[in-house]
Design a protein around this ligand. Sequence first.
Ligand code: FPP
Length: 241
Amino acid sequence: MAAKDIRANGPAHVAIIMDGNGRWAQMRGRPRLYGHQAGARRVREIVESCPSLGIRYLTIFAFSTENWKRTQAEVTGLMTLFRRYIQKEAQELLQNGVRVRFIGDRDRLDPKLVEMMRRLEELTEANDLVHLTIALNYGGRDEVARATKRLAREVAAGRLDPEDVDAETLAHFLDTCLLPDPDLVIRTSGEARISNFLLWQSAYAEYEFTPVLWPDFTRDHFAEILDNFGTRERRFGAVSA
Ligand code: FPP
């Protein structure tokens, strides 16, 4: 499993659904949060691997709009983990050239966490080596609905002509308006679903489903998937040349 560095035909933007933390913990007879903590350590490893693997944009699904349905203890534990991650990793991210952004609806999040997110975005805004986007209280349908609301306000205010609205206009109102579309979406843990992640943006993305549970997902697993991506032919709806 050689980790070949900097791929010519590699994806610029990889999005990851980090699944399997709960099962990983269960297999060890430990509480689910133990799996999430192990998952957070993998986030660090995978982010650090991006420059040498040629990944400029990495987007990770940390908490979905549906994850509020989990037990209060798990939700609280995850929120604490996100705060700790920001606190612990901020300086390292800054020094490693990582620009951090968050996508998702911040309204339902604890204001203290929202403030930490804002400060981390501000702290790293001059970085350009790796663009890390963390999806927190994110859902693809919710994002499109929020974008539509903002777009409708522009129409109502007379600043936008409905006749001028096309796909590009809507994309401009999405949380991801500053990011390129993902080239590759990876989901760990053997589930083959997209679970409301980047629905609009993934229209032409390739998908990779790996059986590896997220807390076991190493840089070598990542590199292997990226090697495989280089062999695919992406036609974007056209025919082969
Ligand atoms: C899905 O696994 C994972 C989540 C809902 C949380 C993802 C969070 C992390 C990886 C923690 C760290 C993240 C950051 C940004 C610090 P699951 O719990 O649904 O696993 P299961 O399907 O095995 O139950």
